[in-house]
Design a protein around this ligand. Structure first.
Ligand code: GLA
Length: 409
């Protein structure tokens, strides 16, 4: 069994062990993509050091110490029994805003977030409909004597930061995980869900991204729905309107429990894939792989193919236009993931494209779907509230081509 942040996964090539040297790979299927992680390394002085490559992330090294396997794992807290949770009435159209992770990772701080809020207004993004300024992982520190989560020195005063963002006419979001540690190894919410939700509400947060990541260390996949319900309940009980974003990479058929209209589940949006990267393969595999999920999207409940990479520099402006058009056809949340304080005109023009945004935000909330495909071309349609239809013609290849096809309307 290979342990990975997403889950425990079977070793699918049998694995090889020669003396102290080991090599194995694991495969993870998420909607629209199959990711393989290869691990190779040695056991030396009671330590297993593995170099890990693939799986949609950059190379990484993991170190496991002998005897440390289950040490430090907290006692399991059973999640509550499943029941209907009231729809929180939020996200009638796909959330629009910005999130710190894609560009800044752990390099985000209070001044950076304020600068982003300023730029959201001065760049015209706010006028174009962008609303949330979302702080992702790495803001956390530990817990105080009463068990309240504390911030690290990069975020000295969350309430003051939230006030600053609100004074710009914007909303602010935060990140946490159901497990003891977040994906980046910071303090998670385990055993403190209710207290955390109250704290976020007291600070003035309007959005929570809740990332499963290593929760498999304490929970099974079968617990996932209940674990998310627990935080959904806590957010509702906080008395503040907080958009709830589920981040568990499309596992456990989340769209089925994430989209039940009368019983909110718990979430307003749910990730459908592993993490996006700033390259054509990642973006296009994820984006064009969402077709099967179209029926699950509806006002208040959205498929989330992950945040935008537009403006991060890994692909061309034409390819970023495809990214924006595709996400708009998908009724996807539009969460910019670049440094909007210093974006160039191409990036600004793509992110603020009024026609694409109008399609994305269309109030009927019908997610688009593919109607034809030939070679490197795809045609997608999206039915709109006014009876019209948005049509997107995609050419994924280099040479110019004519696209023919019936759109079936
Ligand atoms: C996971 C999520 C990302 C981001 C990081 C933060 O990988 O999928 O979107 O939130 O965690 O550590």
């Amino acid at each position: 069994m290979g342990q990975h942040g997403y889950n425990s996964r079977p070793v699918d090539d049998g694995g090889v062990a020669q003396g102290t040297h080991v090599r194995f790979s694991t495969t993870f299927a998420a909607r629209g993509q199959t990711l393989t992680t290869t691990c190779e390394g040695d056991i030396l002085n009671g330590e297993l050091r593995l170099k890990m490559a693939g799986g949609g992330r950059g190379p990484a090294e993991i170190v496991a110490k002998k005897g440390a396997d289950d040490a430090g794992l907290p006692k399991r807290i059973d999640p509550p029994a499943l029941r209907n949770v009231k729809y929180n009435g939020l996200a009638k159209s796909p959330p629009m805003g910005w999130n710190s992770w894609n560009h800044f990772k752990g390099q985000i701080d209070d001044a950076g977030v304020r600068g982003i809020a300023d730029a959201m207004v001065s760049s015209g993004m706010k006028d174009a409909g962008y609303q949330f300024v979302n702080i992702d992982d790495t803001w956390e520190s530990g817990r105080d004597a009463s068990g309240n989560i504390t911030t690290n020195k990069r975020f000295p005063d969350m309430k003051a930061l939230a006030d600053y963002v609100h004074n710009k006419g914007l909303k602010i979001g935060l990140y946490s995980s159901p497990d003891p540690k977040t994906c980046a190894g910071y303090e998670g919410s385990y055993g403190h869900e209710m207290q955390g939700a109250k704290q976020y509400a007291a600070w003035g947060f309007d959005y929570l991204k809740y990332d499963w990541w290593s929760a498999s260390a304490v929970y099974q996949d079968a617990d996932m729905h209940a674990v998310y319900q627990k935080m959904g309940d806590a957010l509702l009980a906080s008395g503040r309107a907080i958009v709830f974003s589920l981040c568990q990479y499309g596992r456990a058929n989340v769209q089925e429990w994430g989209s039940t209209v009368d019983c909110n589940l718990d979430g307003n949006l749910w990730r459908t894939t592993g993490d996006i990267s700033d390259n054509w393969r990642s973006m296009s595999t994820i984006g064009f792989g969402q077709n099967d999920l179209a029926t699950w999207a509806a006002p208040g409940h959205w498929n989330d193919p992950d945040m935008l990479e537009i403006g991060n520099g890994g692909i061309t402006a034409v390819e970023y236009r495809t990214h924006m058009s595709l996400w708009s056809m998908l009724a996807a949340p539009l969460l910019a993931g670049n440094d909007i304080r210093s974006m160039n005109d191409d990036t600004k023009e793509i992110l603020t494209n009024r026609e694409a945004i109008a399609v994305d935000q269309d109030q009927a909330g019908h997610q688009g779907h593919r109607v034809s495909q030939s070679g490197e071309t795809e045609t997608w349609i999206r039915e709109l509230a006014d009876g019209g239809v948005a049509v997107a013609l995609f050419n994924k290849g280099d040479p110019a081509v004519a696209i023919f096809g019936r759109i079936g309307i």
